[in-house]
Design a protein around this ligand. Sequence first.
Ligand SMILES: [Zn+2]
Length: 66
Amino acid sequence: MGNTYIQNLKDCPFCGGKATLVTNTGFQREIVSACVECEKCNASTALYAIEKTAIKAWNMRGEQCT
Ligand SMILES: [Zn+2]
């Protein structure tokens, strides 16, 4: 498991918990996949190659949540 850090992440749309960016890095320490996960209920986005996309997907999900 790679670095875990938070930037501009909205709270979980399901439980209001804190969201965390989770990245997986390869041999060259490059990010090979990233997703955003809720620390409380473990809701998460799909895996994306770029962490910014994962963050965007998470934030958009929050907006779309009813
Ligand atoms: Zn949650």
